[in-house]
Design a binder for this molecule. Structure first.
Ligand code: DI6
Ligand code: FE
Length: 416
């Protein structure tokens, strides 16, 4: 029941619907992993007087910038191998779809993932998670989708759950079994979808699934197949998300919105009907500038239309070995501004408030406000726009997760 005081902070709370929510000289009290109070230093004495006991620990931040912990709401962190060879092919002019149709792409990673031991999958995912954490990430989503059988999907989701218990990190796991067609179902996509729908209840019963996702595209699954997966999720009471309109407009976002999707992700080919459907369902648009950059795409997601319709926009790494092998969420903030023309405030909101919403954690995470989880980051920065302004720069000084300080995650030899 100890209370900790963080004082002399330049707070960026992001607590209101717009603006940074800046408090130039602020303080924050954390208690039992939650934020007990946050406000201006001038009001601190009154806040302290109302406490049952005085803070056991006091940290003077010397005016440093303090923001909510970053949230990476779309990653494919658990897999075997890498696809650097495909990067060479992409540079020689092959397209992502060409490589996938020739038997590379997701299926190459499926083979490597199935061949990897549990220990190797965990070690690789943990190394990647620690790299994200070193930049102030306190919550991540991890998708399955490189196992593509009941056994291997469960293995990957178990690794995701293990990361959440080994590391000072909140992990949400998403079943993306409808990611690609595994070789044993070649030419039989409907049979594969039947299999996915049949094994989902087992994965859910093992407590491995927080949400269900699918890849609805011309090299993925059709809207009708996606709908079957969503029906299976609905029967289990699980929320859905969708890889939608990444390479073509299949009407996936509107389909997902019809199921109250938490988010629709990628969206380069999203049209007006999809934007309107997402707005009325309250689905978050998860923008993935890493994949856009890596695949040298030229068609931009309809940012102005999303903004005008009031669709909340999130920004994530989409970390995966095939289209976004990045481990820097801060770099994604920069690219979201420079490539997609988000404002630095939209970008930071996209990796905090709106990312939380995309994971169904909108009431507990993503902003600095009393009652929320005490996840925050202290930065060597004067202004919050600096987080998106630099690229290849990591100004993260200190990370606090659930009220506890996490120093230098990369240098720890043992998980906290
Ligand atoms: N879209 C993506 O960006 C990832 N999955 C998907 O459906 C890429 C996955 C991969 O290429 O391994
Ligand atoms: Fe993805």
């Amino acid at each position: 029941m100890t209370t900790t005081l963080w004082r002399h902070a330049h707070l960026v709370t992001l607590a209101g619907p717009h603006g940074w929510g800046e408090i130039a000289d602020g303080a924050l009290l954390s208690r039992d992993g939650r934020i007990a109070w946050v406000g201006a230093s001038a009001d601190l004495h009154a806040a302290l007087r109302s406490l049952p006991a005085q803070p056991a620990e006091v940290h003077d931040l010397g005016g440093a910038l303090l923001t909510p912990g970053l949230i990476d709401c779309h990653t494919h962190l658990v897999y075997g191998g890498h696809r650097a060879n495909e990067f060479e092919q992409l540079l020689q002019g092959a397209s992502y779809a060409d490589i996938a149709r020739a038997g590379g792409g997701i299926r190459a990673t499926v083979a490597a993932t199935r061949a990897a031991s549990d220990a190797a999958l965990l070690a690789g995912a943990e190394r990647r998670a620690r790299a994200l954490m070193a930049e102030g990430v306190t919550t991540i989503e991890i998708k399955s989708g490189y196992g593509l059988s009941a056994e291997h999907e469960a293995r990957c989701l178990r690794v995701a759950r293990q990361l959440g218990s080994r590391l000072a990190l909140t992990v949400r796991s998403t079943a993306l079994s409808a990611h690609a067609l595994p070789p044993e179902y070649a030419g039989r996509p409907d049979d594969y979808i039947s299999a996915v729908c049949a094994w989902l209840p087992g994965l859910a019963a093992q407590g491995l699934v927080d949400a269900v996702d699918a890849f609805c595209d011309n090299i993925g699954f059709s809207p009708a197949q996606t709908r079957r997966v969503f029906e299976a999720a609905r029967a289990l009471g699980l929320p859905v998300k969708l890889h939608a309109e990444q390479l073509s407009d299949q009407g996936g976002a509107a389909l997902a919105a019809g199921y109250g999707a938490l988010s629709c992700d990628h969206l380069e080919h999203l049209g007006p009907a999809g934007v309107a459907a997402m707005a009325s369902a309250g689905s978050v648009a998860v923008l993935l500038p890493g994949a856009f950059h890596f695949l040298r795409e030229t068609r931009l997601p309809p940012i102005a239309a999303l903004r005008a319709a009031g669709v909340p926009m999130a920004v994530a790494t989409d970390h995966n070995p095939g289209s976004s092998p990045t481990l820097s969420l801060l770099l994604m903030l920069h690219l979201a501004c420079n490539l997609f023309r988000l404002t630095p405030e939209e970008a930071l909101r996209g990796a905090t408030v709106h990312a939380a919403q995309a994971l169904g954690l909108g009431a507990s995470h993503g902003a600095l406000a009393a009652g929320r989880v005490a996840d925050f980051v202290v930065w060597d920065a004067d202004h919050p726009a600096e987080l998106a302004y630099g690229f290849g720069v990591n100004p993260c000084r200190r990370v606090v997760r659930a009220g506890l300080t996490r120093h230098q995650p990369l240098s720890q030899s043992h998980p906290p």
